[in-house]
Design a binder for this molecule. Structure first.
Ligand code: ZN
Length: 490
């Protein structure tokens, strides 16, 4: 008997855990805080990797690989960086049966070790820009962990670039932010708000941090990706210099940017329902499952061969369509499991389209088709199935994004009264747009009293925070106000 998934409205956090475990996406590992990504989850990561890798390479970056271990002295070279990351670092002090002369930090991020190499590889303006991306694991010692969302070890990509001028670095940081927005919306069907982090929320060692923020179904925010303009902060620490056209030695201007396996958690909490995973077709490897009903022994061979030929026509229709992936079709011939069990299973693991094909359907030249996100059975004539599958996959991808965007809009409010905000952040919750005077004390007070943080400062067309009229949400000041989005977050 299958386990039951806790409904979202009863306990959202338990629901999330139930979906992740029961859909066999990930599991808890023997090492506290670390996760095992199971094949159902890893295939989603592979889709993310493949698709985003293509987009990153199109910007001119190339992949490389740097060591897992970073000499402790490297981390200490950039003061803000070490202060920000030291509490989360795992450090190797003993190896090869003796104490190490210099401790090795297990990378929490790779700015420092990559800079040590940039300093060696970059001599002249001719070497710039230098744009490197790395797909790797990183370790940040977390106290409270949740599968995919916050784990001690996680997988990510981290891009690191060097430029001759401050302008070029700023352009690059914004360009990668745009790549993440498009990727999140086009592939994950997860609408995001792009913005600037406040000073207290920015990356340790950055000049500016841009981010994308998404609203989950419990109305909390999830930071889904970041792009940093590092200015010359790391270049100074590592003497990453180049000889410019004017014959002068100058510091390079840098960026770094990353997204992680956290995206999988965000995608789950954006689309899935009380029956399990809802997977945007662009992240699926099996898009269609055909469940032949094999109970009638004399018609079994006919049903199976009809199922096989239908699978072939669906794949062919996919190949000659505009879909940006090849349509994966599975014919489930397993006779040890009942059709009812299979329907439940494929709903749970989020196969986008399910087709039932029985002897009576075959006689009538039809099948029964169900789109995972809608859950309604439709009778479709056999000859029309391939084109309908193509149309439905495209429609599902688009509608998941639209539905999530409508949900976010319905739950985003403008607010100017602090006591009103304090009530509404509790119930109903959501994203709250308010004026903020840019003081750290107002930001800290709001966080302390409401557990809501500034998720980002939305941007005007020049990538600057949007100037706001009115009064600061916390102190009622009318000076230097910008628009901020406040929310509770993961
Ligand atoms: Zn204020």
């Amino acid at each position: 008997m299958a386990e039951k998934i806790t409904p979202r409205d009863k306990d959202f956090s338990q629901w999330y855990q139930d979906v992740v475990l029961q859909a066999r996406l990930a599991d808890y590992s023997p090492v506290k805080g670390c996760m095992v990504i199971r094949p159902n989850g890893y295939s989603i990561w592979e889709q993310i990797h493949e698709n985003l890798d293509r987009r990153i390479k199109a910007t001119g970056a190339r992949n490389a690989y740097f060591p897992l271990f970073i000499p402790e002295s490297f981390l200490k070279k950039e003061a803000e960086h070490v202060e920000g990351f030291a509490p989360q670092c795992a450090v190797v002090t003993y190896a090869g049966a003796k104490d190490l002369e210099e401790k090795l930090v297990v990378r929490p991020t790779s700015e420092t070790i990559i800079n040590s190499m940039f300093a060696k590889w970059i001599q002249s303006y001719r070497d710039l820009p230098m744009m490197i991306n790395q797909w790797a694991n990183v370790v940040r010692w977390e106290m409270r962990t949740r599968l995919f969302l916050r784990t001690t070890e996680f997988l990510w990509q981290e891009g690191h670039t060097c430029h001759a001028t401050a302008d070029e670095a700023e352009v690059e940081a914004r360009k990668m932010l745009r790549v993440y927005v498009d990727f999140a919306e086009e592939v994950l069907a997860m609408p995001v708000i792009a913005g600037l982090k406040s000073e207290s929320e920015k990356f340790a060692g950055a000049l500016r941090t841009y981010c994308i923020e998404a609203m989950m179904q419990d109305k909390k925010a999830l930071q889904a990706g970041t792009s940093h303009n590092l200015s010359t902060n790391f270049a100074k620490a590592f003497d990453t210099l180049f000889l410019d056209k004017d014959g002068k030695q100058k510091l390079v201007h840098q960026t770094s940017w990353g997204v992680s396996t956290r995206l999988i958690g965000g995608m789950i909490m954006t689309h899935s329902d009380d029956r399990g995973l809802v997977l945007p077709p662009r992240l699926a490897t099996t898009h269609v499952v055909i469940v032949p009903i094999l109970s009638n022994a004399s018609l079994k061979a006919d049903v199976l061969s009809a199922a096989e030929s239908l699978a072939k026509s669906i794949q062919d229709a996919g190949a000659s369509s505009q879909l940006p992936y090849s349509v994966g079709v599975l014919v489930d011939q397993d006779e040890t499991k009942q059709p009812g069990w299979k329907f439940h299973e494929y709903e749970l693991i989020g196969v986008p389209i399910r087709i039932e094909l029985g002897p009576r359907d075959l006689e009538k030249g039809q099948i029964v088709m169900t789109r995972r996100d809608l859950g309604q059975k439709e009778v479709v004539l056999l000859g029309e199935v391939p084109q309908k599958v193509v149309r439905d996959l495209a429609a599902m991808q688009k509608e998941l994004l639209e539905k999530a965007r409508a949900f976010r809009e319905k739950n985003t409010f403008a607010v100017d009264d602090y006591s009103d905000f304090r009530k509404r952040i509790e119930e109903p919750g959501g994203f709250f747009m308010a004026a903020w005077c840019q003081s750290k004390s107002c930001e800290a007070k709001i966080k302390e009293e409401t557990k809501a943080t500034i998720r980002c400062l939305p941007l005007d067309p020049d990538h600057q925070p949007i100037a706001e009229a009115g009064r600061c949400l916390a102190c009622s000041s009318t000076d230097s106000l910008v628009r901020a989005i406040f929310a509770r977050s993961y």
